[in-house]
Design a protein around this ligand. Structure first.
Ligand SMILES: N[C@](CCCC[B-](O)(O)O)(CCN1CCCCC1)C(=O)O
Ligand SMILES: [Mn+2]
Ligand SMILES: [Mn+2]
Length: 305
């Protein structure tokens, strides 16, 4: 079937400028050409245009709630339409707050989806536990039904309600988890693999256990939300919250090859590429190239020809 590419140039889920240029950096690294070499039609939907609301006072210590909420409402509709049209959909961020709209829109079309979150961070703070207030560190908390009694009514988010169960989520690559997030992960019994777990088990076993956890009872659509900061900063330096000790190139590509081989990938986010944060043009180019390799591998590019 066909692939849709959707650019989401948005940055208000966090405070560092530049991540809104992520989609352009990934495209400039040759994404469309690389996908066209694979054997299905590619539809580039271009970039969404987001409204930046001028009057958008913080709620508690959460900045830009209305702007982030509105952006995700728009993105939700776009992803829902792309999936509904039969496309495997690639959302290019932009910061990780965009996963709220991407996964929500996907879930409206595919309510039985499961979510694989590849990231150095859990992004599961509530507004009450968040150390920064930044919504890119809270995306998963907005999705989970089990957390709705812990979530305040944020202005800008009345268009959605939680839609995901904790058992339908697996994390891979965690290495910078806040205390409040750790408590939530333990309380909810979320399945997660830290970089230490990957060192102990190896990435092949991690993927076997991930698919057993998510797919053994029944096959269903996969939403892959891939934060480029899951990769080691030596491979993806141009990102807002780099953390040492990340995935090797081969671990990252093993993850995406195995997800492709399930035949169940339905929507993928590739977020947090910030071309303004590379120390050199080479650093930006290697980060964007890493993003293209992750996406192409998720869509069937192989290392064996
Ligand atoms: N957990 C953090 C980082 C969120 C990163 C979002 B992502 O994954 O999309 O890039 C805070 C991390 N931590 C705060 C204390 C000092 C060290 C960093 C937060 O701000 O919630
Ligand atoms: Mn993230
Ligand atoms: Mn991250």
């Amino acid at each position: 079937h066909s692939v849709a590419v959707l650019g989401a140039p948005f940055s208000k889920g966090q405070k560092r400028r530049g991540v809104e240029h992520g989609p352009k950096a990934i495209r400039d690294a040759g994404l469309i050409e690389r996908l066209s070499n694979l054997d299905y039609p590619v539809h580039d939907f271009g970039d969404l245009s987001f409204q930046y609301l001028e009057k958008d006072e913080p709620y508690m210590h959460v900045p830009f709630p209305r702007t982030v909420g509105r952006a995700n409402k728009l993105l939700s509709g776009a992803v829902r339409n792309a999936v509904g049209a039969g496309h495997t959909t690639i959302m290019l961020g932009g910061d990780h707050s965009l996963a709220i709209g991407s996964v929500e829109g996907h879930a409206r079309q595919c309510p039985d989806l499961c979510l694989i979150w590849v990231d150095a961070h859990a992004d599961i703070n509530t507004p009450l536990t968040s150390p920064s207030g930044n919504l890119h560190g809270q995306s998963v908390a907005f999705m989970l039904k089990e957390l709705q009694n812990k979530m305040p009514e944020l202005p800008g988010f009345s268009w959605m309600k939680p839609f995901l169960s904790a058992k339908d989520l697996v994390y891979i690559g965690l290495r910078d988890v806040d205390p409040g997030e750790y408590d939530i992960l333990k309380d909810l019994g979320v399945q997660y693999f830290t970089m230490r777990d990957i060192d102990r088990l190896g990435i092949q076993r991690v993927m076997e256990v991930t698919f057993d956890h998510l797919l053994s009872r029944k096959q269903r659509p996969i939403h892959l939300s891939f934060d480029i900061d899951a990769m080691d900063p030596s491979l993806a330096p141009a990102t807002g919250t780099p953390v040492n000790g990340g995935l090797t190139y081969r671990e990252g590509i093993w993850i995406t090859e195995e997800i492709h081989n399930t035949g169940l990938l339905s929507v993928m986010d590739l977020v947090e590429v910030n071309p303004d944060l590379g120390a050199s043009r080479e650093a930006v180019a290697s980060t964007a190239s890493m993003a293209v390799d992750v996406i192409a591998s998720s869509l069937g590019q192989t290392r064996e020809g």
